[in-house]
Structures are given as structure tokens and as C-alpha cells.
Design a protein around this ligand. Structure first.
Ligand SMILES: Cc1cc2nc3c(=O)[nH]c(=O)nc-3n(C[C@H](O)[C@H](O)[C@H](O)COP(=O)(O)OP(=O)(O)OC[C@H]3O[C@@H](n4cnc5c(N)ncnc54)[C@H](O)[C@@H]3O)c2cc1C
Length: 498
């Protein structure tokens, strides 16, 4: 007899969510994790100086705060508190200017001059369908529940962001705002679907200002672990699975891992053709990240940048496009597009009084072994003169260190694989049910399955649902009812630092 009904390998947000879903259906579940602590991309640590809490990986929870499954698991009752900034994202431009995505769409429109009407005309109808549309976006490919809104999103979003921004807008502000949001795709900005990524991030920005988690992103992992423990899930840490026979016996195994890892671990459990697809799966560029302990806020020339949890540092759409293209084509960018997060502006637990944490990363070629510290800091200094003088200490991590830190970050890639057209329909391989494998007992639940990268747990939900149905003949039970309930997008703001 099997020791467990299900074993989940890897404790990232998707693995933990899958464990919660399986256990809430009454199954016995074990999570095995290679690292000494749980949480995958949801860890926080004092990387620089005592008293400074840095998010090691994910920092800003654009999709997490809108995730239907996080809502259904009621993570707030397990101690999670989202902290909402005044604005989601700021994008500084030359001349002490910036364009800001405020939750209030009219306030955003007001900055866009001649492009305001076109922005409103594009975003407002999507926003009206916001919650339902987001549910469709965060699902595997299927007939949408909100076909009209999805068709509208598809109409604007299928094309490249360069085509959308340069075709519909005339000013540098709107174009830069769209480009910065599209760069989260880690794709060159002339690729199909990059406009869609940009629109999803902007839609989210107008639903709830992109939050951080009080106490650090580890609070999300803690809440997921609490939810899992309350359903009876067991955990084993410091167990790195490299061969299938290391796993305890179970009726189902769910891998919260990169496809290539699964191809190695389950080489004798899967047919050659599927193994080939997993081995050839493209992970895309890596990241180079710097965390700073700062003796004060980042001194943005455009003061309003301090209102946002995220600052897109890279200048005009053409500059952002050049940088993203460089990373994708295997070149180092001299002027990288940098994603900056400023959690301590909103969450006083992150740094000693009067001091701040800073977080910035850029995309680099897969496996890049150079140092981007100077280039990243020069970009921030360009829009915030005096920034370097505020650095008390820094912590740096490039692709090789990322892969050592988490073997799922193959080549330093952090979002589960290339999200272009091919990666959209064959994630990780072309199958009607992308979470299943040709072996009925084995499932993929990581961000290398739909809907892809980011902290939202939805890959874990869909994979667990697939395993429940195929192996155990079960549905989601009570959790299914909670998932169907509307999920109010206005929730109380917790106390802010400034
Ligand atoms: C620098 C950085 C910044 C990011 N910023 C954001 C952000 O701001 N917002 C956002 O939403 N997302 C962000 N992300 C992406 C986000 O963290 C990931 O998409 C998310 O964590 C994926 O979750 P997962 O459960 O699929 O996998 P992971 O979080 O990668 O978890 C996989 C787990 O499996 C474990 N593991 C690996 N190999 C083995 C093995 N052989 N045996 C056992 N265990 C194993 C790992 O240790 C890890 O704990 C960022 C990521 C990074 C690295």
C-alpha cells in the first residue's frame, strides 16, 4: 500500500497550493523540499545588514493579491497581510518626469495628455470585467467564462507591445508605461503577446495597487504552510530529489520543478517523446539582482516615484526594447531595464527607522557570468542622483548563484520558461491537459505550466485538480465552492510607513 496518497516535490507557491488543494479533498500529502526552509520564490532574509529584511526572489504581488485560489484558501486568516502602496508602478523619464499607474484610472489618464482617451478606451472595458477576466487569464487554455472581455483582451493583447504602443499612442509616457509592464514577460518587445502581458499588469494595477506582503514575501509562504498544516499536510526539508526511487511510495506525484529536472528524475517513468519535449523546453534569459541596505529613500528626481511599490527604470520604450532584446539574444546590455521594488516605503517591518531596503534586477542572457552591479546602479542613479551615496551595503546574485540557490532556476531564469506563442500553447509540452504527463501518476505543477510565472498558486490549483480527477476520481469539494464565490477586489489597506 502507498505510504501517501500524494507527494509534492518542491515547496514554491505552486507546490504549497497543490498540497493544500489535495489535502482539503481528504488526501494524505507529503511535501519534500531540497532547501532547509519552505517557500521557493517566497523567501525573505537579512541579506545585507541586521535589521534589513529583503525579499530573496518575488517582492511585489500583482497577481497574488488577485489570485482566486489564495482567496479561497483564506490566507489572511493564516496571518498574511497585503500592504498596498498608493500607486502600482512608476516609470521615470528624463527631465524629472515620471508616468505613474495609479489604482484610479482617471488619475492615470490625466498624465497621458493626448493619449489619455485611447488609454481609457482600451483599459476601462477590461476593468469592468476585471475579476472574471482575471479568472480567465489565470486559467489553462479553455473556452473563457467571459468570452467578450477575453476577445477584447485578445484583440489588443495578441500583438507585440511595440505594435500596440507605437500604433495607438503618440507620447513617450504611455509608450514607456506599456513597455515597462510588457518587459515582465522577459521577451523582446516585438514579440506577439507582449502587449497582452502589459495589459494584464495594467489591468491588475487598476484593480488593486501592486502590494507587498507585510514582513516580507516569506509571510505568504508561512500562510500557505499554515493552511497546509491545518489540512494535515506533512513536510520534509533538506531532501533534494534526484532519482524517482528516492520518493516515498505514493499514488500521485506532483513536481513543482523545471521540466528539465522532471526529465532527469522521472527518466524511467516517462516515454522518450515526452522526455524529449521536457529536455528541449526553453527557459529563456536569466536575472541579475542587487539588494541594497539604504541610508534613506531612493532620491528619485520625479518625487512621485516614491508612491509606487515598483519602479521601472530604463527610460523610453526604445531603450527598454533594446535592453530586453539584448538579454534574449545573449548580449549584455550597457543600459539595462531595471525592475526596482521599494517595499520598506510601505512596510515598516523591513528596515530600521529612517532606513530603507532597495531591490533591483535586470534580465541577462541565460547563464551570464558577468557582473551587472555597476550598470544597474548607474541606471538608478540616472533617475535618482545621489542614490549611490545612500548605499550602506549590497548583496548581489547572478544566474549561476540563482541556479545553485534553486535548481529550478535553470540558467538563472525565474519565470518558468519562455512565454512566447509556443510557450503559451505548449507549456511544458503540447497536451490537452498540460498538468498531466503520459504517466497517469505523475503531474507537473510548477510555473512551467499555465498560467505561467509569478506568485499566484494557480498552476498548483489546476495541477491538483487534474490529479484529483484522474487518479482519485475526486473534485475540489468545499474549496470548489469557495473558488466560485466572487472575490471582492476592494480590501482594507493596512497601516503604511509613509
Ligand atoms: C529574483 C526574482 C524576482 C521575482 N519577482 C517576482 C515578483 O515580484 N512577483 C511575482 O509574482 N513573481 C516573482 N518572481 C517569480 C516567482 O518567484 C516564481 O514564478 C514562483 O516562485 C514560481 O513558483 P513555483 O512554485 O512554480 O516554483 P519555485 O518557487 O521555484 O519553487 C520550487 C521549489 O522546489 C525546490 N526544489 C528544486 N529542486 C528540487 C529538488 N530536486 N528536490 C526537491 N525540491 C526541489 C526549490 O528549492 C523551491 O523551493 C521572481 C523570481 C525571482 C527569482
Amino acid at each position: 500500500m502507498a505510504e501517501y496518497d500524494a507527494v509534492v516535490v518542491g515547496s514554491g507557491p505552486n507546490g504549497l497550493t497543490a498540497a493544500c488543494v489535495l489535502a482539503s479533498a481528504g488526501l494524505s500529502v507529503l511535501v519534500v523540499e531540497a532547501a532547509p526552509d519552505l517557500g521557493g520564490g517566497l523567501r525573505s532574509a537579512e541579506l545585507t545588514l541586521p535589521g534589513f529584511t529583503h525579499d530573496v526572489c518575488a517582492a511585489v504581488h500583482t497577481l497574488g493579491c488577485l489570485s482566486p485560489v489564495f482567496h479561497a484558501l483564506d490566507l489572511e486568516t493564516h496571518g498574511l497581510r497585503w500592504v498596498y502602496p498608493d500607486a502600482s508602478v512608476a516609470h521615470p523619464l528624463e527631465g524629472a518626469e515620471a508616468v505613474i499607474a495609479y489604482p484610479d484610472i482617471e488619475r492615470t489618464v490625466a498624465q497621458l495628455a493626448q493619449d489619455g482617451g485611447a488609454y481609457r478606451g482600451m483599459l476601462e472595458p477590461l476593468l469592468r470585467a476585471g475579476e472574471g477576466l482575471m479568472g480567465d487569464v489565470l486559467s489553462p487554455l479553455r473556452f473563457p467564462r467571459h468570452p467578450v472581455a477575453m476577445a477584447r483582451l485578445g484583440f489588443y493583447g495578441f500583438r507585440s507591445v511595440e505594435a500596440l504602443a507605437n500604433g495607438r499612442f503618440h507620447g513617450a509616457r504611455a509608450r514607456a508605461l506599456l513597455a515597462g509592464c510588457a518587459a515582465h514577460s522577459v521577451l523582446p518587445l516585438d514579440r506577439y503577446l507582449t502587449a497582452g502581458v502589459s495589459l494584464v499588469f495594467l489591468l491588475a494595477a487598476h484593480m488593486r495597487p501592486w502590494p507587498v506582503a507585510e514582513g516580507g514575501s516569506r509571510s505568504i509562504a508561512n500562510a500557505l504552510c499554515e493552511a497546509a498544516r491545518s489540512e494535515g499536510v506533512s513536510f520534509e526539508t533538506n531532501v533534494r530529489i534526484e532519482r524517482f526511487d528516492q520518493l516515498p511510495s505514493a499514488r500521485a506525484v506532483l513536481f513543482d520543478l523545471a521540466p528539465r529536472q522532471v526529465a532527469t528524475i522521472a527518466a524511467d517513468q516517462l516515454p522518450a517523446r515526452y522526455l524529449r519535449a521536457l529536455t528541449r523546453y526553453r527557459m529563456g534569459p536569466g536575472v541579475f539582482k542587487v539588494d541594497w541596505a539604504l541610508d534613506g529613500e531612493i532620491p528619485w528626481s520625479a518625487r512621485e516615484c516614491r508612491l509606487a511599490s515598483t519602479v521601472h527604470v530604463g527610460g523610453t520604450i526604445d531603450e527598454v526594447a533594446r535592453s530586453e532584446n539584448d538579454a534574449f539574444e545573449g548580449r549584455r546590455s550597457d543600459r539595462p531595464f531595471v525592475l526596482v521594488a521599494q517595499q520598506s516605503h510601505f512596510d515598516a517591518t523591513r528596515a530600521p527607522s529612517g532606513r530603507h531596503t532597495g531591490y533591483g534586477y535586470c534580465h541577462v542572457p541565460a547563464g551570464f557570468d558577468g557582473d551587472m552591479t555597476d550598470a544597474i546602479e548607474a541606471q538608478v542613479e540616472r533617475f535618482a542622483p545621489g542614490f549611490r551615496d545612500r548605499i550602506l551595503a549590497r548583496h548581489v546574485r547572478g544566474p549561476a548563484q540563482w541556479e545553485r540557490y534553486n535548481p529550478s532556476y535553470v540558467g538563472g531564469a525565474i519565470t518558468g520558461g519562455v512565454a512566447d506563442l509556443k510557450g503559451f500553447v505548449a507549456r511544458p509540452a503540447l497536451r490537452l491537459d498540460p498538468y498531466s504527463t503520459p504517466n497517469r501518476r505523475l503531474y507537473m505543477c510548477s510555473h512551467s505550466t499555465p498560467p505561467g510565472g509569478g506568485v499566484h498558486g494557480m498552476c498548483g490549483l489546476h495541477a491538483a485538480r487534474s490529479a484529483l480527477r484522474r487518479v482519485f476520481g475526486l473534485g475540489l469539494g468545499g474549496l470548489g465552492k469557495r473558488l466560485a464565490q466572487p472575490h471582492d477586489c476592494q480590501i482594507g489597506l493596512v497601516s503604511r510607513r509613509s
